[in-house]
Design a protein around this ligand. Structure first.
Ligand code: DP6
Length: 322
C-alpha cells in the first residue's frame, strides 16, 4: 500500500530549544509557529511485503546512513503504533536547501508520518499524527496542523502535541527569507537541544517562554504587528544567546546575518513593518505583512552577502496528495 503526503516547513516565533525528555522529544517550553506556504517536503511511503530493510531515496539519490537510520527509527515508532511488520520504501523531496535554517526536519517528519500512517490504511486524528511526528523531530509536530500553530509542552507523550490557533488566511503575515548561506550547518539542532542546559541562560529563557508565547498568541489573534515584532525578536535573541553560551558554544550567525538584523531594526524604526527571527542557521527570516513584502524583499536583495530571497506566506497543514 502506498501514500504521498506534502508538508510545509514552519518558522517558530516562540522557539523550541531543549528537551525535558530526549527520547520522547518532550520540549522544555511551549512554542508557536507559522507554516510556510510552498516551502515543502513531498514524501511517498510504500509498505512492501518481503523487503529486507527500510529504503530511503532523498532528493533523487539514495540517502546516507545517518538519514536512513533516523527515518528507520521513526518508522519503527509507526510500526509499533500500527502493529506493522513490513519495511518501507520511502521517497522524499524538498523544494528548498536543507540544513541552512529553513527547517527540513519539520516538513520531512510531518510528511513521513502522515504518508506512512495513510499508506498502512489507517486514519489517525490530527492530534495523534502531531504527537507521532514530534517523535521524529520536535518541530515536525507543528507542521501537521494548518496555519498558526502552538505546540504544547507537557510531561507525557499524549499531552505534547501541536494545534492550530488560527488558519493560514487569518493574518497576512509573510516570511521573507534572506539566504546568506546555503551550506549545510555543522551542528544540527538535535545536538544543540542536548547542550541547551549547559548555558547559564537557558533557565531564564525557559522561565519566560510561556509568557512570551501568551503575548505572541494575543498579538497574532489581534493582528497587531508592533507587540508581535517585539516579542518575536526578543525570543530569537534569547535562543541565540543560549546557543552562544552553551558548552561547547554554537555560533550560527555570519557577518551578513548581523547586517540584515541591524537593517531590519532600522527599517522598522522608519515605519516598515518588519522583524526578524533565526533558527539554528545563518539565514534570517524577516517577518512582514503582505503590503510591505515587495519593499522588504527589494531592500534585502540589495544587502551585500544576501545570496537569495525566498518569500512564503502562511501555509496549510500536512495534506495527503494520493
Ligand atoms: C531552532 O525540531 O529541528 O528551529 O527535534 O532534534 O529535530 P529535533 O529539532 P528541531 O529543532 C528546531 C529548533 C529551532 C527552533 C524551532 O523551530 O522552534
Amino acid at each position: 500500500m502506498q501514500a504521498t503526503a506534502r508538508a510545509n516547513s514552519n518558522i517558530a516565533f516562540i522557539k523550541y530549544w531543549g528537551n525535558r525528555d530526549e527520547t520522547l522529544r518532550l520540549p522544555v517550553n511551549p512554542s508557536l509557529s507559522m507554516n510556510l506556504d510552498g516551502v515543502f517536503t513531498r514524501t511517498t511511503v510504500v509498505w512492501v511485503a518481503g523487503l529486507a530493510a527500510d529504503n530511503l531515496v532523498l532528493n533523487g539519490s539514495p540517502a546516507g546512513a545517518e538519514a536512513l537510520q533516523r527515518v528507520s527509527a521513526h518508522l519503527d515508532v509507526i510500526r509499533r503504533r500500527l502493529s506493522l511488520t513490513q519495511f518501507a520504501q520511502v521517497t522524499s523531496t524538498n523544494n528548498f536547501p536543507m540544513g541552512a535554517g529553513i527547517a527540513s526536519s519539520a516538513s520531512s517528519f510531518a510528511a513521513l508520518t502522515v504518508a506512512a500512517v495513510r499508506a498502512a490504511g489507517h486514519d489517525l486524528s490530527e492530534r495523534e499524527l502531531s504527537t507521532l511526528a514530534r517523535l521524529g523531530s520536535g518541530s515536525a509536530s507543528r507542521s501537521v496542523p494548518a496555519g498558526f500553530v502552538e505546540w504544547h509542552a507537557a510531561d507525557t507523550h499524549e499531552g505534547s502535541y501541536a494545534e492550530s490557533i488560527a488558519p493560514a488566511d487569518y493574518w497576512d503575515l509573510v516570511d521573507v527569507i534572506a539566504i546568506v548561506s546555503d551550506a549545510h550547518k555543522d551542528v544540527g539542532s538535535k545536538a544543540g537541544h542536548r547542550t541547551a542546559n549547559s548555558s547559564d541562560l537557558q533557565g531564564a529563557r525557559v522561565a519566560g517562554a510561556a509568557e512570551r508565547l501568551r503575548i505572541c498568541r494575543k498579538a497574532i489573534l489581534n493582528r497587531d504587528f508592533a507587540p508581535f515584532a517585539a516579542v518575536v525578536e526578543h525570543d530569537s535573541n534569547l535562543m541565540h544567546a543560549v546557543m552562544m553560551t552553551s558548552q561547547p558554544p554554537l555560533f550560527y550567525w555570519r557577518p551578513a546575518t548581523l547586517t540584515v538584523m541591524e537593517q531590519v531594526r532600522r527599517w522598522r524604526a522608519e515605519g516598515l513593518r518588519v522583524c526578524y527571527t533565526l533558527d539554528a542557521g545563518p539565514n534570517v527570516h524577516v517577518l512582514t505583512l503582505a503590503a510591505d513584502v515587495d519593499a522588504a524583499a527589494e531592500r534585502l536583495r540589495n544587502i551585500e552577502g544576501v545570496i537569495d530571497v525566498r518569500i512564503a506566506a502562511a501555509g496549510g497543514g500536512t495534506i495527503i496528495e494520493s
